[in-house]
Design a protein around this ligand. Structure first.
Ligand SMILES: C[S@@+](CC[C@H](N)C(=O)[O-])C[C@H]1O[C@@H](n2cnc3c(N)ncnc32)[C@H](O)[C@@H]1O
Length: 275
């Protein structure tokens, strides 16, 4: 086996193995089979989304994979050259539309918040908000400083920062908001106090709140770190939650390295468009 080669597992959290689709990638010397276990193609009812189109159109051996950015980042991830967070950002880009409202449930140092803001903001479209929260004051300060350094005041007005637990996100998001995405980057604040981490009870409450407020065609995105105490238990809770969502309304999957047992795990839960 070539040095640096690794296996990546993509498994659907809420379906059994019945059918597999091959998605070849251009610009690479080999083609990869993403064996997607599913009872039926789960993406057929997610409309208007390039991610959905990628999987619901001709499922096998399409010569033109229709999402170039996604293609590059997934191939980079397979070869160990792209990080889980980079994959997450590219998936967000395919789901988020200009003018959307999105939630950063763990804003930390603000990198994800900033990435989300660039995806929702556009001068030609009104709206476009990121509601960002963190349980630590230091994290809110760090995010605020990053935004001050990077943004003008008009853009910064589109980010609402809250020093609260994400289990309380429904208290700060205006009622009847159409929330396109809730993103979690679990674990501890890089460069901060490593004893303050996300924990299973409040993560689960926050996932349930996300399920309630997410609009059809929206996404719950998680990067789950399992190298610290409690990380694996948190992943189990996240997986159990995703597995419990009905296949008729949700598409839930995870990406996990098989031979890097401590590598972060990516979990995506897409809420299908209404029929
Ligand atoms: C891995 S860091 C997030 C990194 C961040 N997204 C970024 O781009 O820099 C995880 C963050 O979750 C925060 N956190 C822990 N428990 C939380 C909770 N119950 N509610 C909200 N944030 C929480 C931590 O304080 C920490 O800043």
């Amino acid at each position: 086996m070539a040095a640096g080669f690794f296996k990546a597992e993509m498994s659907m959290l809420s379906s059994t193995l019945a059918r597999s689709y091959s998605i070849p990638f251009r610009k690479t010397p080999m083609s990869f089979d993403f064996r997607i276990a599913m009872r039926q193609n789960p993406f057929t009812r997610i409309r208007c989304s390039p991610v959905a189109a990628a999987f619901s159109s001709s499922p096998s051996h399409s010569p033109n994979f229709p999402i170039p950015g996604l293609e590059d980042v997934f191939v980079g991830y397979l070869f160990g050259r792209k990080k889980a967070t980079e994959v997450a950002h590219v998936v967000w880009e395919k789901v988020i539309q200009k003018g959307d409202m999105v939630i950063d449930a763990t804003c930390g140092n603000g990198n994800d918040t900033l990435a989300m803001l660039k995806m929702v903001m556009d001068d030609s479209v009104s709206g476009g908000y990121v509601y960002a929260m963190d349980i630590q004051k230091d994290a809110i300060q760090s995010t605020s400083s990053l935004l001050d350094l990077t943004l003008g005041s008009k853009e910064k007005d589109c980010v609402k920062l809250f020093n609260i637990c994400h289990s309380k996100m429904e208290e700060i998001v205006p009622q009847n908001s159409r929330v396109r995405m809730v993103a979690f980057n679990l674990g501890y604040l890089p460069g901060g106090n490593k004893s303050i981490i996300t924990v299973t009870d409040t993560t689960l409450l926050a996932l349930k709140a996300s399920e309630r407020i997410l609009m059809p065609g929206g996404l719950i995105s998680l990067v789950v770190y399992i190298g610290h105490p409690g990380g694996r238990e948190e992943l189990e809770v996240v997986e159990a939650f995703g597995s419990s969502l009905p296949v008729s309304d949700w598409v839930c999957c995870k990406f996990q390295m098989l031979n890097r047992p401590l590598a972060p795990v990516l979990v995506f839960m897409f809420k299908r468009e209404l029929k």
